[in-house]
Design a protein around this ligand. Sequence first.
Ligand code: ARG
Length: 570
Amino acid sequence: MIDIKKEIAGLLSGCIDGMEAAEIEALIEIPTDPSLGDYAFPCFRLAKLLRKAPPLIAADIASSLGGSGLFEKVQNVNAYVNMFIDRKAFAAATLSEVAAGGDDFGRSDIGGGKTVIVEYSSPNIAKPFHIGHIRSTVIGNSIYKLYDAVGYKVVRINHLGDYGTQFGKMITAYRRWGCEEDVRREPIKTLLSYYVKFHEEAEKDPSLEDEARETFARLEHGEKEETELWRWFREESLKEFSRVYDMMGISFDSYAGESFYSDKMPAVLEELREKGLLQESQGAQIVDLSQWNMSPALITKSDGSSLYITRDIAAAIYRKETYDFEKNIYVVASQQNLHFQQWFKVLELMGREWYKDCVHVPFGLVSLEEGTMSTRKGRVVFLEEVLRRAVEKTREIIIEKGVNTDNVDETAKTVGIGAVMFQELSNNRIKDYVFSWDTVLNFDGETGPYVQYTHARACSVLRNAGADISKLSARDLDLSYVCGDAAYELVKLIYRFPEIVADAAEKYEPSVVTRHVVDIAQAFNKFYHDEHILTKNEDEKNAKLLLTYAAMQTIRNGLALLGIKAPEKM
Ligand code: ARG
């Protein structure tokens, strides 16, 4: 895609002596008021250099730029040079770019094939895959797609919480109150009920805690009975998780969870000890971080069992050795900020310079309208239930509205699940939000269904026209028909799409794409209402169809980056 700012900077540097194109480019502005041009260049900084009053400089520049084919007109207003892009040439460049790119429009090669790890979802075995996990899952999936789109090789890791003292509790509880059949029928709910019962009973009888600790120690030592139970819980849980991932079209390259690192822990301990970083504190092994105003990193407990943080350190080292990553990204709730700061610091102290390439991408909390969730108390909203309910409700709406579809079930799935995912990606990830059915399933406004519907509308226009878009070439069409204000706004948004994708990847912020896709949908709907697309005039119709196609394709590509499908009928 032509980089208009760069082109303008090049032209400007031709008429300004003594200023580099890069410096000029940084000064170019995009006025919020379109009557002041598409781009503006302020001349204040040039007064000293050229020993002239800024308005005079602006006037000179305006008259010398006027001859360029890039602009329709160039004016000076006081110290500003206001540039109006030649809409026809701009539309031609943009629309041919989309047509040439197709599904790849928006992709780039910034990453040059280097490896990036994105770790996301990472639920805990035998615990509910609840609404709180949706954030990591959906945001992480989109960050993976963004990095893939800007040319990185991405390794997707699900760092399952499949290890730790809670398994001692779970096994203890199962042995006391468990029923195999119940677990097989409804693994996570059943195991959760044991977990809840464990905490209730342990309040009355603290010796249960000791029993659980011993059981976990037996598991860490690989005792057969405990290991078998643990493996069974893991398998049953994974079956449930996979169902949810399938519903959302999400997958992973590796399920190396916490347990995967249990045999890699001794080497970490050894290295920490060798480097003089370990200290004993009440029988536990810690790394003191008080110098950096952080509580100590707890490496092993007094009974010798390993901890969450130790497994993270071992995992990062393993990943560096296995994948030689350029970046190692963790999509994990902001509640764990301190945890990540602590162990990134430990890596630094270990002399692992690449600690700088480990990035914690935090996100805010989801709360329920009725109050906070608590696994121990069993107050949770299961993600699978949320998705099922979204599909059911969408089904009702589809039937009620008489939505155009050949397959009600399929559309209900695409739209219902898309709605939940889209809303997850709508706000800046760091914001906390309250989960509410009304917001998720609001089919008006800036929602997934609105964007999907707009895409389907563009598809239907193209279908009704019966035109073969691949035969329409921007170069041969009379694009003056797509130079009106509504069309031009749409072209501008489409033009910016690749830049938006790169920006979203750099900021680990899918909502940048979400918002842009909403803007394109709104701009297309305005164009659709303001202009008659399927006119009798063939030239006019074809130019407008090519723009319709470009809008459809860009929305489709944007939704794909969010992990959301774009139905052709709706
Ligand atoms: N399993 C943890 C949880 O559900 C999240 C794991 C985050 N990833 C990590 N490398 N620590 O809270």
